[in-house]
Write a protein that binds this ligand. Structure first.
Ligand SMILES: Cc1cc2nc3c(=O)[nH]c(=O)nc-3n(C[C@H](O)[C@H](O)[C@H](O)COP(=O)(O)OP(=O)(O)OC[C@H]3O[C@@H](n4cnc5c(N)ncnc54)[C@H](O)[C@@H]3O)c2cc1C
Length: 386
């Protein structure tokens, strides 16, 4: 056992754990970040080049958090000296009376977020190579864009270390002993800290089982599909093609979203916001492709400039809660164990604000956002693992 007692141990070096560790070290807390795989890796939820950042949400509380998150991302860019955000705008589409479209429009307008409403007759002047479905409306959240995910992780982990933080990768946590000083064991040793933050993504319940509880989390494998442009450049980020998001349309009851061609030249990323349940340690055995069939129909009908067969298919994991809202809370029995989990396929853009909130919880401060939507008690009976 190391004789050092850390202020905080963070388990999991995805975006949430890396941000949490960073805010601890930046505030002079002795912090250890433990990661089961060697970094960087592509077996969790935070890998890959790009994620969408947006304020277009159906709930005001997410918008409030995003207002701060944009500022924190800008600070991180400055501190790291690396571009992490590129503004592209986000095209939101759906039937005017559809629940998703109308809720997003209301939140954006009520909060005076810069938004452009696109009239049907001028739609293709602004967004070429896209067929707006009959009966659907469109708006653009103009400050939305792309976050460079892999660069963000690398920058955060570098900044964390420059503030004195310690990363031990390739060290899987195999035991947690709660107490006023928490002991965490791995194959290589044991470590102690005054507080513990669990940000283990799809493996959250495996870790919580050491503390006598489980959350109602479901892990799904998402097929991350890239589609080839018929005319090179037609959906390219350099030609200002936007990200998009569409729900309540004819063939889907879930969101289909896309990001302009960027990381793989000539290939646009278009994905379905739903996958099939999987064990995170056996994701490659989950071979369901029904989401790809939905996407093929969508691409053929709405994006005529793309070949309607994916050119590249990668994979990523979602960790879903029953209501798709996050878990940001203290452990119900051990107040110095903090849980950040269930990011339900939309957590990356919140990384800095979530890292700051988990830091506040772990150091006993009043959180700077209203955390009632994220409490564990909202799940009527958190399942006991005992
Ligand atoms: C295809 C796809 C598209 C997405 N698009 C967007 C988007 O456009 N915008 C957006 O905001 N969000 C998006 N998301 C969601 C976002 O990427 C996730 O919410 C976020 O990455 C979750 O991060 P995390 O840190 O909670 O989990 P992870 O990244 O999975 O990190 C958890 C870490 O914990 C480690 N770990 C687990 N168990 C142990 C252990 N026992 N010991 C040590 N380490 C352990 C894991 O190895 C892993 O590195 C998308 C996700 C996917 C899959």
């Amino acid at each position: 056992m190391s004789s050092q007692i850390y202020d905080c141990i963070v388990i999991g070096a995805g975006i949430q754990g890396s941000c949490t560790a960073y805010y601890h070290a930046k505030n002079n807390k002795k912090t250890l970040l433990l990661e089961q795989f060697f970094l960087p890796h592509s077996r969790g939820s935070s890998h890959g080049q790009t994620r969408i950042i947006r304020k277009a949400y159906q709930q005001d509380f997410y918008l409030r958090m995003m207002e701060e998150s944009y500022k924190l991302w800008a600070e991180l860019e400055r501190d790291a000296g690396v571009q992490l955000y590129r503004c592209t705008g986000l095209l939101v589409m759906g039937p005017e009376d559809g629940q998703y479209y109308s809720a997003v429009k209301d939140v954006l307008q009520r909060n005076k977020v810069p938004t452009v409403m696109l009239k049907r007759e001028e739609f293709n002047q602004h967004i070429p190579n896209f067929n707006l479905v009959s009966g659907e409306n469109a708006l653009v959240d103009t400050s939305a864009g792309v976050l460079y995910a892999d660069k963000a992780l690398d920058s955060l982990q570098r900044l964390f270390q420059s503030h004195g933080g310690v990363i031990k990768d390739g060290e899987k946590v195999t035991g947690i002993k709660p107490g006023p000083v928490v002991t965490v064991t791995t194959a290589s040793g044991a470590y102690q800290a005054k507080s513990l933050v669990i940000t283990a993504g799809p493996w959250t319940n495996t870790l919580l089982s050491h503390t006598g509880m489980a959350l109602p989390l479901k892990v799904e494998k998402i097929n991350v599909c890239y589609w080839r442009e018929k005319v090179p450049g037609s959906y390219d980020v350099h030609n200002r093609f936007p990200c998009f998001s569409r729900q309540d349309g004819p063939e889907v009851d879930q969101i289909i979203y896309g990001l302009p061609s960027n990381e793989y030249p000539g290939l646009m990323k278009v994905c379905y916001h739903i996958g099939k349940e999987t064990d995170p340690d056996a994701r490659d055995n989950q071979t369901d492709q029904s989401d790809i069939q939905v996407l093929q129909r969508f691409v053929a009908r709405c994006m005529p400039g793309l070949v309607p067969v994916p050119a590249v298919v990668e994979s990523c994991l979602y960790t879903l809660t029953p209501d798709n809202h996050f878990v940001l809370d203290c452990h119900p029995t051990y107040s110095n164990i903090i849980i950040g989990a269930g990011f339900s396929g939309h957590g990356f853009k919140f990384g800095p604000v979530i890292g700051k909130i988990l830091y506040e919880l772990s150091t006993g401060q009043v959180p700077s956002h209203n955390l009632s939507p994220f409490k564990i008690t909202r799940f009527q009976t958190p399942k006991s693992a005992l």
